[in-house]
Design a protein around this ligand. Structure first.
Ligand code: TEU
Ligand code: CA
Length: 531
């Protein structure tokens, strides 16, 4: 799967904003990479308070992105190349500009009143102290009726009331509208929140969550060979099995985020940083690889539109950019699960550096900045956190070539292009046989040809240097070994096994035996071994 963030992928008409026609123009590139499906971040009508994750009409296309005819063309053109389009389904909340909410807020008697979560205030404030993910109270007083509505994200993203069966039916109708257009499935935004019971301050994993998903499955995509993936921040392996065990008729797979928090201070926010411990990363991956077993299915990802660029975060985007990006690709793609590549990851795009808050577009970063300024943090420290973790890091325009604005637009890009586009771009990557792109292409090809990668069981090698991440995959009597040096230092790896084949490496080396092997910084390889 390849994630496209449409706003930043390819502009086709010079207005500085990526669009659907731009995506169509780049399908041949994605075909060359070898992907099977595109997860398309939201393209629905939206006032863009949260870049399309605030939807004002689910059955219209965002004006800047094009028309419904363009969307139908994208689905068809992708299908011609055996690529399916996975729509982003944002149904925990809508925009406050959605007609349902406009009606809902108009009076307490309106038939749409119960489409959202309305409560009376308590002692002159909100009903309780629930907080929004984007900071501040999750309850907002609405003057028209003097009641509060719930918004777990921005004030312009009121939460839908899933306890109301009419809400659920309206959502299922909308999903069927898209299924009938020939899409390949849905990525479900913060789906673990829809069973919330706000009065008890339960947000994630509410008691009715899985009932709702089974109902949704039955009334929409069930039995139709569509792919569904739930964004589930609060999943444990047990919970992941509930979502994705085929017997339960819910979703195909989940995104779980346990590894994503490993460089954050426990109990604090994503902005409070600490160094990644490789030992913890190994532990978390090994846990998910083994505990989910054959019952459920997991996604594999380093990146998305909310996360910083992995080569800058856990690789080394200075001295070892190419080597570390390939190591990270190999490590992830040889695991069990469905891999997701975020646009630009396949050419090793990096975080960008900002010097002032005026350069920021992302609502999450902006709200955090305002909040921390008010709490007395220093500007420098706040900007440092944004440079490491801010969501705009992933959202700078795709770097296609070394022409002005990286070939993304002939106009002024909505968000500045990373300055390094003259060196890091698709044209360069395609011209260089040794580029990160070709490692991704090879990995995708391997996955299509070796059932061992899909189905093989996982075994972590415990007795290695801490900074070496090594594991076996076993399948039908065959064993592959994956060895990754997760550091900018040489490491010694030793194993008394015979190598029968070198499958892939990010060095020129061929491996025959592994006793006292010196690994270069960020070296990674995959070999078949005899047992
Ligand atoms: O993200 C869910 C979510 O909880 C994020 O706000 C996350 O905590 C944060 O971005 C991590 O940096 C989804 C979408 O992926 C995100 O883009 C949306 O802003 C959010 O839902 C609301 O729809
Ligand atoms: Ca455009």
């Amino acid at each position: 799967m390849y994630q496209v963030y449409p706003r930043s992928f390819q502009d086709s008409n010079g207005d500085g904003i990526g669009d659907l026609t731009g995506i169509i123009q780049r399908l041949d590139y994605l075909k060359k990479l070898g992907i099977s499906a595109i997860w398309l971040s939201p393209v629905y009508r939206s006032p863009n308070d949260d870049n399309g994750y605030d939807i004002s009409d689910y059955e219209q296309i965002m004006t800047e992105f094009g028309t419904m005819a363009d969307m139908e063309r994208l689905i068809q053109e992708a299908q011609k190349r055996e690529i399916r389009i996975i729509m982003d389904l944002v149904v925990n909340h809508t925009s406050d500009e959605h007609q349902w909410f406009i009606d809902s807020r108009s009076s307490k008697e309106n038939p749409y009143r119960d489409f959202y979560v309305w409560r009376k205030g308590v002692n002159g404030g909100g009903p309780n102290d629930l907080e929004s993910t984007f900071l501040g109270p999750a309850w907002k007083l609405d003057e028209t009726t003097g009641e509060y509505y719930l918004h777990l994200f921005s004030e312009k993203q009121p939460d839908l009331n899933w306890e109301n069966p009419n809400v659920r039916d309206a959502i299922y109708d909308m999903m069927n509208f898209w299924i009938n257009k020939g899409i390949g499935g849905f990525r479900m935004d913060v789906i673990d929140l829809v069973g919330k019971i706000p009065d008890q301050k339960i947000t994630g994993n509410g008691p009715k969550l899985h009932d709702y998903l089974q109902e949704m499955n039955a009334k929409t995509f069930g039995g139709k060979n569509l792919l569904t993936v739930g964004e589930t921040w609060g999943a444990t392996p047990e919970i992941a099995k509930q979502y994705s065990d085929p017997k339960r008729n819910e979703l195909s797979m989940v995104f779980q985020f346990e590894h994503v928090g490993l460089d954050e201070e426990p109990g604090k926010s994503k902005w409070d940083l600490r160094p990644l411990q490789i030992a913890e990363l190994k532990e978390v991956f090994a846990k998910w690889q083994t505990e989910i077993g054959d019952q459920g299915w997991n996604s594999l990802f380093w990146n998305n539109h909310d996360l910083p660029r992995i080569v800058s975060r856990w690789g080394n985007d200075k001295a070892y950019r190419v080597q570390s990006a390939k190591m990270l690709a190999i490590l992830l793609h040889m695991l069990k699960g469905t891999p997701y590549i975020y646009q630009g990851e396949e050419i090793g795009m990096t975080n960008r550096v900002i010097h002032d808050i005026t350069e920021v577009e992302d609502i999450e970063s902006k709200n955090m900045y305002a909040d921390r300024i008010q709490k007395g943090y220093g500007k420098k420290d706040i900007l440092a956190s944004i440079n490491v973790k801010g969501r705009d890091n992933a959202r700078t325009p795709m770097q296609w070539d070394n022409s002005e604005n990286a070939g993304f637009t002939t106009g002024t890009p909505w968000l500045a292009v990373n300055e390094n586009y003259d060196k890091i771009n698709v044209e360069q990557a395609l011209a260089d046989n040794d580029s990160i792109f070709y490692t991704y292409q090879k990995l995708i090809d391997l996955r299509k040809n070796y059932p061992l990668i899909i189905w093989g069981s996982f075994e972590l090698l415990e007795e290695t240097a801490t900074d070496i991440f090594a594991y076996y995959r076993h399948y039908q009597g065959a064993t592959w070994l994956v060895v990754c040096n997760f550091s900018d230092q040489e490491q010694v790896f030793s194993l008394e096994k015979t190598v029968t084949e070198t499958i892939l490496s990010n060095t020129e080396k061929h491996y025959s035996q592994l006793v006292d092997t010196i690994l270069e910084p960020y070296e990674a390889f995959v070999v078949a071994i005899s047992n």
